[in-house]
Design a protein around this ligand. Structure first.
Ligand SMILES: Cc1cc2nc3c(=O)[nH]c(=O)nc-3n(C[C@H](O)[C@H](O)[C@H](O)COP(=O)(O)OP(=O)(O)OC[C@H]3O[C@@H](n4cnc5c(N)ncnc54)[C@H](O)[C@@H]3O)c2cc1C
Length: 578
C-alpha cells in the first residue's frame, strides 16, 4: 500500500511531535510511531528542561551555552549550543502557553531547580536552571504536544514500525513500514522524511531506557549509506536503581540529595570540590565506579555485590511528595523503601546516546565532514547529533534539544516542501524489506534472537561501558561480529501476521547489533579520554589529535571511519575542572 504526504515524521516523542506541529502548519504531515504516541520514552523524562529564565536566581543564555560546551568536554559545536541556549527561553514559554503545567514559584512564575553541570557565571556555583513539572516533566511535554498535534489535524499512523528508507540517487523519497496489527507493508512517500526515533539504551544490559529504544532510525540510515556521528560517546547516568537500572532522576541531587559510600562519606567532595554531587554525569558515574572498585561500595544483595547510597532522607517527606512523587513511588515499588526514611541503593545505568544521525542546525541530515546535505532527509532528538551534547550531555538539555531542534527541523521542512518535487515510488521500493521479512519467517529452523540479544547486551555492558580499554573493546567487536553472523541464520517461529512481536523484536535486534558494532569500533578508534569515553589505556584528553567528530560508515561487516571538524568558534577548549 502506498501513501503520499509532503512530510513524514518517524517517531512521536518530543522531537517528532514538535516537528510535526510546525510542519503541519505548512504542509500535509503524517507521524508514524511504532508505539501509541504518548507511550514514547519522552514521557518517562523526569527531572526538567533547561532554560536560563532567571526566575529564581540570576541566569543568562551565555552561561547556559558555556556550561553545555564545557560539560560536553569541548566536543560540542559551539554555535549550535548557543542557538539552543538562546532559543530555550522562548521554547519553554511556548510550552507554557500551549498548556504545560509547570511547578510555580510563590509569585506564580515557572519554578526552577538545580541540575548537574549547570552553573552561574561560567562555573562559579550551581544555578537553578531546570524548569519542571514535579518529576513528570517529559510526560507533561508529551501530553501537551500530542494535544496540539491532534488540534492541527496531523495524520497519525499509530503502531507502524519503519524498517527501511527509500532513497533515490542520494535523495530521500520515503519510508517502508510494517503495520503491527496486520503485518502489511506500507510505503509512505514524502518530499521530506524526519527521523525522531529516540535512543538505543537497549544495547546495554542495565539501562534506564524503555524496551522500544532500539535505535531503529540510526540503524536504518546507516544501512542506507548515512554515516553515524560520535557513536563512541554513550552516557551512563550515575543513579539507576541498583541491579535494575530504572532511573532515579538527577533532580533528587538537584533538590539536595547526597551520594555516600559505605563509610557514609560524601565522596564527591574529593572528586568535584566545587559542584560536588552536581558535577556532570560522566564525572559522577566514574566517581561511583571508582569508589565501588576501591571497596568503598555498600555490600549489596544477591543481584549485584556493591552499590552506593543516594541519601534524600534529610529532604523531608513533604518536599519528596511535592517535587519527587514518582521517584518516591518507584523506590517503594521496586526497592520496598521510602526515600524519606532510608537511602536509595544506586549504580550507574546506560542512559543517553550523545551520538547519532549527523545534522546541521536546521535538522538536515549531512553525509560528510563538509556538511553536504542529504536532500529530503532530516533528524531530530536523541537519534540525531547536531552536536549540542558533544562527549557528555548535561541533564535537562535533552528535552531542550527536542523542543528547539524539533521545532527548527519542522520549520525547515515547511519551507523545503514548497519547492521540492513530489517523489515517485512503486511497490518495488518495498522489495528489500519484503524479502528480508519473508526469509525471517520462511519456517526453516534457526536460532531464536533472544540469546543473541542477551549476549550483546552483556558484552556491551562489560567491555564498552564506563571504563574502556583496547583489549576489552577488541574482544567486544569480535563477539558482536560473531553475533551478527549468527543473526543471519535467525528464524522467527511465530509466522502469524497479527501483532507479530517476535518478528518486530528480531528486526530491532538487527538494529541494535549494527549500532553496537559502530559504537565499539568508534570507541576503539578514539585513543583518548573525553567526556563519557574514558580509556584506561589513554587517560588524558588529547586535543591535538582528537578534537574532531567521528563519522562512522557501516559498509557491510566493516565500519569505515571519517572525521568532521568541531566548531570551537566561541570558547577555546580548556581542561575541565569542577
Ligand atoms: C527515564 C528517563 C528520564 C529522563 N529524564 C530526562 C530529563 O529529566 N530531562 C532531559 O532533558 N532528558 C531526560 N531524559 C532523556 C530524554 O527523555 C530523551 O533523550 C528524549 O525524550 C528522547 O526523545 P525523542 O523525541 O528523541 O525520542 P522518544 O521520546 O524516545 O520517542 C521515539 C519515538 O520513535 C518511535 N519509533 C522508534 N523506532 C521506530 C520505528 N522503527 N518506526 C516507527 N516509530 C519508531 C517511537 O514509537 C517513539 O514514538 C530521560 C530519559 C530517560 C530514559
Amino acid at each position: 500500500m502506498i501513501h503520499q504526504f509532503d512530510a513524514i515524521i518517524v517517531g512521536s516523542g518530543g522531537a517528532g511531535l514538535y516537528a510535526a506541529l510546525e510542519a503541519s502548519q505548512r504542509c500535509r504531515t503524517a507521524v508514524l510511531s511504532k508505539l501509541y504516541p504518548i507511550r514514547s520514552h519522552t514521557g518517562a523524562a523526569q527531572g526538567g528542561i533547561g532554560a536560563a529564565l532567571g526566575n529564581v536566581e540570576e541566569d543568562k543564555p551565555d552561561w547556559h551555552a558555556f556550561d553545555t560546551v564545557k560539560g560536553g568536554d569541548y566536543l560540542v559545536d559551539q554555535q549550535a549550543a548557543r542557538i539552543m541556549a538562546e532559543e530555550a527561553i522562548q521554547a519553554v514559554y511556548d510550552l507554557e502557553n500551549r498548556g504545560l503545567p509547570f511547578n510555580r514559584t510563590p509569585e506564580g512564575r515557572i519554578d526552577q531547580r538545580r541540575f548537574g553541570g549547570h552553573t552561574r557565571n561560567f562555573g562559579e556555583a550551581p544555578v537553578k536552571r531546570a524548569c519542571y513539572a514535579a518529576d513528570r516533566t517529559g510526560h507533561m511535554i508529551l501530553q501537551t504536544l500530542y494535544q496540539q498535534c491532534i488540534k492541527n489535524e496531523v495524520a497519525f499512523f499509530d503502531e507502524f514500525q519503519v524498517v527501511d528508507l527509500v532513497m533515490d540517487n542520494g535523495t530521500c523519497k520515503g519510508v517502508v513500514a510494517v503495520e503491527l496489527s496486520t503485518g502489511a507493508l506500507h510505503i509512505l512517500a514524502a518530499k521530506a522524511v524526519l527521523f525522531a526515533t529516540g535512543g538505543f539504551g537497549r544495547m546495554y544490559k542495565i539501562t534506564s531506557n524503555a524496551f522500544a529504544n532500539t535505535g531503529d532510525g540510526p540503524a536504518v540510515c546507516a544501512r542506507r549509506g548515512i554515516p553515524l556521528q560520535d557513536m563512541e560517546f554513550y552516557q551512563f547516568h550515575p543513579t539507576g536503581i541498583m541491579g535494575l537500572g530504572i532511573l532515579i532522576s538527577e533532580a533528587v541531587r538537584g533538590e539536595g540529595g547526597i551520594l555516600r559510600n559505605r563509610a557514609g562519606e560524601r565522596f564527591m567532595e574529593r572528586y568535584s570540590p566545587t559542584l560536588l554531587d552536581l558535577a556532570p554525569r560522566d564525572i559522577v558515574a566514574r566517581s561511583i565506579l571508582t569508589e565501588v572498585r576501591a571497596g568503598q561500595g555498600i555490600r549489596g544483595d544477591r543481584r549485584i555485590d556493591d552499590y552506593i547510597h543516594l541519601d534524600a532522607t534529610h529532604l523531608g517527606r513533604d518536599t519528596l511528595m511535592r517535587k519527587l512523587p514518582d521517584i518516591t513511588s518507584f523506590c517503594k515499588t521496586y526497592l520496598g523503601i521510602d526515600p524519606a526514611d532510608a537511602p536509595i541503593p544506586v549504580l550507574p545505568t546506560a542512559h543517553y546516546a550523545m551520538g547519532g544521525i549527523p545534522t546541521d542546525i536546521h535538522g538536515c541530515v549531512v553525509r560528510d565532514g563538509a556538511g553536504t546535505v542529504v536532500q529530503g532527509l532530516y533528524a531530530a532528538g536523541e537519534c540525531a547529533c547536531v552536536s549540542v551534547h558533544g562527549a557528555n550531555r548535561l541533564g535537562t538539555n535533552s528535552l531542550l534539544d527536542l523542543v528547539v531542534f524539533g521545532r527548527r527541523a519542522g520549520r525547515h521542512i515547511g519551507d523545503y516542501v514548497q519547492q521540492a518535487a513530489a517523489p515517485s515510488v512503486s511497490e518495488a521500493d518495498a522489495e528489500p524489506a519484503r524479502s528480508w521479512i519473508a526469509r525471517l519467517t520462511d519456517g526453516r529452523p534457526g536460532p531464536h534472537g533472544g540469546h543473541i540479544l542477551e549476549d550483546m547486551k552483556l558484552v556491551m555492558m562489560e567491555k564498552v561501558g564506563i571504563y574502556r580499554n583496547a583489549a576489552d573493546m577488541q574482544n567486544a567487536i569480535d563477539t558482536i561480529q560473531a553475533l551478527r553472523e549468527r543473526y543471519r541464520t535467525v528464524r522467527v517461529q511465530d509466522r502469524s501476521k497479527t501483532f507479530n512481536t517476535d518478528l518486530l523484536e528480531v528486526i530491532e535486534l538487527g538494529n541494535l547489533l549494527d549500532l553496537s558494532l559502530v559504537t565499539a569500533v568508534s570507541a576503539l578508534n578514539r585513543q583518548e579520554s573525553r567526556g563519557a569515553h574514558s580509556r584506561e589505556d589513554f587517560p588524558e584528553r588529547n586535543d591535538t589529535q582528537w578534537l574532531k567528530h567521528t563519522l562512522a560508515h557501516l559498509e557491510g561487516d566493516a565500519v569505515r571511519l571519517d572525521y568532521k571538524t568541531v566548531d570551537t568558534s566561541i570558547w577555546e577548549p580548556k581542561p575541565r575542572t569542577y
